[in-house]
Design a protein around this ligand. Structure first.
Ligand SMILES: Cc1ncc(COP(=O)(O)O)c(C=O)c1O
Length: 398
């Protein structure tokens, strides 16, 4: 069947911006300014301000942002880094690419972000190194040096609790903020609202086209309040050179190109409005789904302001529901069907089914409904009515 409500509609979103985006491209053509320069610096300044972080360094992707943040922050081969398995593989890939090994903490049932209580009990269950006192990974036997919570679906992880635990156990905290541009939470530790990207030692953002702030190609950024870490990321993203042809480190070609930076600068102006629209779409879904049996709708934690990169419900027999929705022209997604600890790529860690029960339940039942700024109420009603028919619900959405 023809798609009636797509999962994501970037085409309509970009129509409104077409002239501004074409201008960016024209300017790059006319100045031959394709790499670095004014557009990159301008976007970096604007995005740092948006995240309330001291520094932003544009890079080639969210994966590069994670990797370069880890390397610049001092994660070393042979270390263990704790993260979650209910995320896109890039979170763990970047840990592995930095030479460290991930171990996975289960997620919280309601929000699918790292469960802080489980982080604590995991660390308490780890043997301390007799010399350094650092906890040793239960699977790797190597010192645990960092934790990488993921602000999944656009909601920040329980950062106050995670930061407290990290301090206690001497761990660095890196935010995977790839899905959480502009997400906030009220920090009781600091008695103020904090924005994703300003909280950990460093944070990684993705500007993959479908993200809340998406480029028209690949792009990413690191944000941090640590000037030395920022300097190192700048050097590493550019072949390890602080000055052309003077290489202080073996680096990467991980630069953000000027055209993407220009596109992002244009789109950043619209992001606050788009975020409001996403939040309004989420509230409308919450209302429409609240009386429906057989569906668990997403939970926004108290004192948290999620930006709803995705609106993920939980249903039984998810794959059939997805297929039947597709038959009615509703586009959906699964984020993510196979948790990282059960992926063949990470089989060397020796995890098996049952090790992370909440993560595994989420992977089996998560279904992402259409979510994008500009999704009309009428289309949302169509989605919910289709869902009602599939789940055979008594209540029909109004
Ligand atoms: C949670 C998370 N981490 C990392 C990434 C990697 O970002 P990119 O695709 O820009 O490399 C993504 C993007 O899909 C993501 O969703």
């Amino acid at each position: 069947m023809k798609t009636i409500v797509p999962f994501l509609d970037l085409i309509t979103l970009h129509k409104e911006l077409e002239e501004e985006l074409v201008q960016v491209f024209r300017k790059a053509l006319h100045t031959a300014g394709f790499i670095g320069g004014g557009p990159v610096t301008s976007f970096e300044q604007h995005f740092a301000a948006y995240c309330e972080a001291a520094e932003c360094i544009g890079v080639a992707s969210g994966t590069d942002a994670l990797l370069l943040a880890f390397l610049a922050g001092g994660i070393k081969p042979g270390e263990t880094v704790l993260t979650v398995a209910h995320t896109f593989i890039a979170t763990a890939e970047a840990i592995t690419q930095a030479g460290a090994v991930p171990e996975f903490i289960d997620v919280d049932e309601r929000t699918c972000t790292m469960d802080a209580e489980k982080l604590r009990s995991y660390l308490e269950g780890c043997r301390p190194d007799p010399v350094t006192g650092k906890r040793l990974g239960q699977r790797t036997g190597n010192p645990i040096t960092a934790v990488v919570p993921v602000h999944l679906y656009g909601q920040m992880a329980e950062m106050d609790a995670i930061l407290g635990i990290a301090e206690e156990f001497g761990l660095q905290v890196y935010e995977d903020a790839c899905q959480a541009h502009g997400a906030k939470y009220f920090s009781r530790r600091e008695n103020r609202w904090l924005t994703a990207g300003s909280v950990g030692k460093a944070a990684a953002f993705s500007f993959y086209p479908g993200k809340n702030l998406g480029a028209c190609g690949e792009a990413g950024a690191v944000t941090t309040n640590d000037p030395e870490l920022a300097r190192k990321v700048r050097v590493l993203r550019d072949h390890g050179q602080p000055r052309k042809y003077f290489h202080e480190a073996i680096g990467y070609n991980g630069r953000l190109d000027a055209i993407q930076a220009g596109f992002l600068d244009v789109k950043l102006k619209y992001l606050p409005r788009w975020t409001e629209q996403r939040r309004a779409v989420a509230r409308a879904y919450d209302r429409m789904l609240s009386d429906m049996d057989g569906i668990v709708f997403p939970c926004e934690r108290e004192n948290s302001e999620a930006v709803y990169h995705l609106y993920v419900v939980r249903v039984e027999d998810r794959d059939t529901v997805l297929e039947k929705l597709a038959e009615q022209g509703v586009g959906t997604g699964i984020h993510y069907p196979v948790p990282l600890h059960l992926q063949p790529a990470y089989s060397f860690l020796g995890y098996s089914q049952g090790d992370l029960p909440v993560t595994e339940a989420a992977a089996a039942s998560a279904l992402s409904l259409p979510m994008y700024p500009g999704l009309s109420l009428q289309d949302q009603e169509y989605v919910v009515q289709a869902l009602c028919r599939v789940l055979d619900c008594a209540v029909v959405a109004q």
